[in-house]
Design a protein around this ligand. Structure first.
Ligand SMILES: [Fe+2]
Length: 154
């Protein structure tokens, strides 16, 4: 009897959590983990949504507090070109749209210097901490949905 009561309480708790999440009131999105900025970051890359073809990264920029989309968030991308080198042609700045969504297309970055394939990203928005991270493409996937979750500034 006691265990049945305990199970009932757990179920009720889970239902409450689920309903809060569905309502978006207490929703929590885990922040995207930070990753090494690396030596090849350069500010002020041209605004563009494509630097090649063959790999698509898309998703929504969100706040870790409530998961709300962040319209106009600024995302900087840089990756090696098909020849395995960083250059000006494989850098971009992209602004999330009014729903906080973005779509970036590039070549599939080859591994270089013993590192796995990766795309660098730096996400910034007013009122939020700037985040540097990396995305690791893995074949055969050539189209990946990646929400970018950043945390409010103190
Ligand atoms: Fe890199």
């Amino acid at each position: 009897m006691r265990s049945a009561l305990a199970l009932g309480c757990v179920s009720l708790g889970l239902m409450l959590l689920a309903s809060e999440g569905a309502a978006g009131k207490e929703a929590v999105c885990p922040p995207t983990p930070a990753d090494y900025l690396g030596p090849f970051y350069e500010p002020d890359a041209p605004v563009r949504s494509s630097v090649g073809s063959g790999y698509v990264l898309e998703g929504t920029v969100r706040s870790s507090n409530g998961c709300s989309p962040i319209p106009g968030a600024r995302i900087e991308f840089w990756l090696v070109g098909p020849n395995g080198r960083y250059d000006a042609d494989h850098r971009a700045t992209l602004l999330a749209d009014k729903k906080g969504t973005y779509r970036f297309e590039s070549n599939f970055p080859p591994p270089y210097s013993g590192r796995p394939s990766h795309i660098h990203l730096r996400i910034s928005a007013e009122g939020f901490k700037t985040l540097a991270t990396q995305h690791y493409p893995r074949l055969p996937e050539t189209r990946v949905n990646l929400d970018l979750v950043i945390t409010p500034a103190e």
